[in-house]
Design a protein around this ligand. Structure first.
Ligand SMILES: Cc1ncc(COP(=O)(O)O)c(C=O)c1O
Length: 378
């Protein structure tokens, strides 16, 4: 299997067996160049190079790419500097009240759920945790926790550690049956697994762009349903006003769209980079990337098992992604990850396991080289 993302676009893929997209994906070369160009032009010419119209358009273009990524309307998209910021603003907008429960998994990423926990601290809403068994969340157990007390089901589409993937349509339907909303952190899925907000019916989806989207740090994208576009965001600033160039501070009229979740300036150059990276991935189609990644991840999983590793990721096709977590019997994962890195095999240590996350720029040779290094280090 050839690389889908080629060496000219992802040069480091030639020198390393880079399997760390779940931590930080290789940045699309054109995306990095766009950011640098913007920064240099700003340094050289200030607002001559980047005027007020550019300030609007750069986020509009990013919204447009995100809408295509999520199969949403552009009016349903907001962008800011990270997933956490957007999720935080949404959690304060929703403000799950006292007497209600927020359902989440105990394997989720802190950034997915801390915003909701923080709001719950203030309102008195309660967290209800789906507990993992050896890092696996039983979807039936998760579903059984959603009942009439639930106000929010807060999930990570793909779990950061094991890559366990949830059936969003199932949990959105269950949430809605009980009058709750289903809010999803798609940071670990966007770019590797197709996301269809229209087909799944989820109420919100937020992601940072530096992992599977091959974009930069500093940009986050969010879809929110039209119902959530009627709420008052937790974070507001000058961009929050309907006509932000008014600069009239004694009133705040929010836009009627998801744009109300955009609030201030940001490192705008990252928006150019993120847009470039997303358009590149969309040019391949996420379905094609998903299929590519499935083949290389299968090869990796089979190889790891043959080497006696304890694979912690689910085996069922529908519950898997290209993120594969493993422990190596008799080996300290921290030391083992370091040894692999010294051999140019890049993966990440998470808790007491090693997480491998190959992406479109990996090919079958990479996987075989990685497995050979692992074998030699065992
Ligand atoms: C699921 C998930 N959400 C969010 C983040 C990070 O959030 P942010 O980029 O907002 O700091 C990570 C990073 O590992 C993640 O895995």
């Amino acid at each position: 299997m050839q690389r889908l993302g080629t060496i000219d676009v992802f040069p480091p893929a030639e020198n390393f067996v880079y399997m760390d997209a779940a931590s930080v994906g290789l940045t699309h070369k054109g995306a990095a160049a766009a950011i640098n160009r913007w920064q240099q032009a700003l340094a050289d010419e200030g607002t001559i190079a980047f005027d007020e119209q550019d300030e609007v358009e750069c986020l509009d273009n990013l919204n447009d790419a995100a809408a295509r990524l999520f199969n949403a309307q552009v009016r349903d998209i907001a962008t800011a500097s990270s997933e956490t910021v957007l999720m935080q603003s949404l959690a304060w907008a929703v403000m799950p009240p006292k007497g209600t429960t927020i359902v989440a998994t105990d394997t989720t990423h802190p950034s997915t759920v801390y915003p909701w926990m923080r709001v719950a601290e203030t309102t008195g809403a309660e967290m209800r945790w789906a507990r993992a068994d050896n890092l696996y969340i039983d979807p039936d157990h998760l579903e059984s926790l959603i009942d009439d007390s639930t106000s929010v089901v807060c999930l990570s589409h793909v779990e950061y550690g094991t890559g366990q993937t949830f059936d969003l349509a199932r949990f959105a339907a269950k949430a809605h049956m009980h009058g709750a909303i289903c809010v999803v952190d798609v940071t670990q899925s966007a770019g590797q697994v197709p996301i269809d907000v229209a087909a799944t019916g989820i109420d919100a989806a937020a992601a940072s762009t530096y992992k599977w989207l091959c974009g930069p740090f500093g940009t986050g994208i969010m879809y929110v349903s039209q119902a959530l576009q009627k709420l008052r965001p937790g974070i507001v600033g000058w961009r929050s006003h309907k006509n932000m160039w008014d600069f009239q501070a004694d009133r705040l009229e929010l836009p009627d769209t998801a744009k109300r979740y955009e609030f201030g300036t940001m490192a705008y150059g990252t928006a150019y980079g993120a847009t470039e990276a997303m358009n590149y991935l969309l040019g391949h189609s996420i379905e094609k990337i998903h299929a590519h990644n499935r083949v290389i991840a299968d090869r990796l999983m089979t190889g790891l098992q043959a080497l006696g590793a304890e694979v912690l990721s689910p085996r069922k096709a529908a519950e898997r992604s290209a993120t594969i977590a493993a422990r190596f019997p008799g080996k300290n994962s921290r030391d083992f990850a370091r040894t692999l890195k010294e051999n140019n095999v890049i993966a990440s240590l998470r808790r007491d396991f090693i997480r491998f996350s190959p992406h479109l720029y990996n090919n079958a040779d990479d996987i075989d080289r990685g497995l050979a290094s692992i074998k030699a280090a065992l």
